[in-house]
Design a protein around this ligand. Structure first.
Ligand SMILES: Nc1nc2c(ncn2[C@@H]2O[C@H](COP(=O)(O)OP(=O)(O)OP(=O)(O)O)[C@@H](O)[C@H]2O)c(=O)[nH]1
Ligand SMILES: [Mg+2]
Length: 225
């Protein structure tokens, strides 16, 4: 018998980094140069035939970049089981904001075992990188590992680069979560919302099948400068 899993995934990052564009590319296979800022939150749904007995309903929550300064994100983050944290590779300030978004995420939602929900880091607009800019870019492997991301990818919503791969990396991590809610009356801080448990040892670092993801390869590069 087929079973359905509903996964709520947050798409977060500064204003204009390409959150809406990434979702539109992934769900509708379209891209527009035209920028219309998201107001509040928007939603998109993608159905995935995960395996012969599981259909995944992937619910993508497109949070407006300006929302980090608002009060609503705690409500939006409720029961999320994963996140895509996005920055714009052509704007350093959006990379500096990544840790603020990740900190915000981890302070508002957690897994049943108290660990952070799986998050993948996306450096978007890689189609715009000049060789000049490339040399100035941070080396992301160590950064991602040090800050608890399960993987990172250079992406382009415009040219459809690595969007599927990044989201698959996240969904694989989420699907490895053991379905286990904390018992009723759990004494933990009630202000941190709790999601199903995720066992990092089970997804671990796998080898071979991905160029950009630290959840799929080990690395030896240095930190950002
Ligand atoms: N060249 C290029 N432009 C992109 C890419 N992704 C998005 N853009 C452009 O960047 C601008 C902002 O994209 P959005 O997807 O609206 O950004 P957002 O993160 O949703 O912005 P907010 O809703 O304000 O938080 C738009 O003009 C897009 O066309 C990309 O991969 N490459
Ligand atoms: Mg948007």
């Amino acid at each position: 018998m087929q079973q359905e899993r509903l996964l709520k995934v947050l798409v977060i990052g500064d204003l204009g980094v390409g959150k809406t564009s990434i979702i539109k590319r992934y769900v509708h296979q379209i891209f527009s140069q035209h920028y219309r800022a998201t107001v509040g939150v928007d939603f998109a749904l993608k159905l995935l035939n995960w395996d012969h007995k599981t259909v995944v309903r992937l619910q993508l929550w497109d949070i407006a970049g300006q929302e980090r300064y608002g009060n609503m994100t705690r409500v939006y983050y409720r029961e999320a089981v994963g996140a895509l944290v996005i920055f714009d590779m052509t704007r350093a300030s959006t990379f500096q904001a990544v840790l603020k978004w990740k900190g915000d995420l981890d302070s508002k939602v957690a897994l049943g075992n108290g660990r952070p929900v799986p998050a993948v880091l996306l450096g978007n607009k890689c189609d715009q990188l000049s060789t000049d800019l490339c040399s100035k870019l941070p080396k992301l492997e160590n950064f991602t590992r040090d800050h608890g991301f399960v993987g990172w990818y250079e992406t382009s919503a415009k040219d459809n680069i690595n969007i599927d791969a990044a989201i698959m990396c996240l969904v694989e991590s989420i699907m490895a979560v053991e379905e286990e809610r904390p018992p009723a009356g759990d004494p933990r801080d009630p202000s941190v919302l709790v999601s199903p448990r995720f066992d990092y040892n089970r997804t671990g670092m796998r080898e071979g099948d991905g160029k950009y993801s630290v959840c799929k390869r080990e690395s030896d590069s240095s930190m950002m400068h």
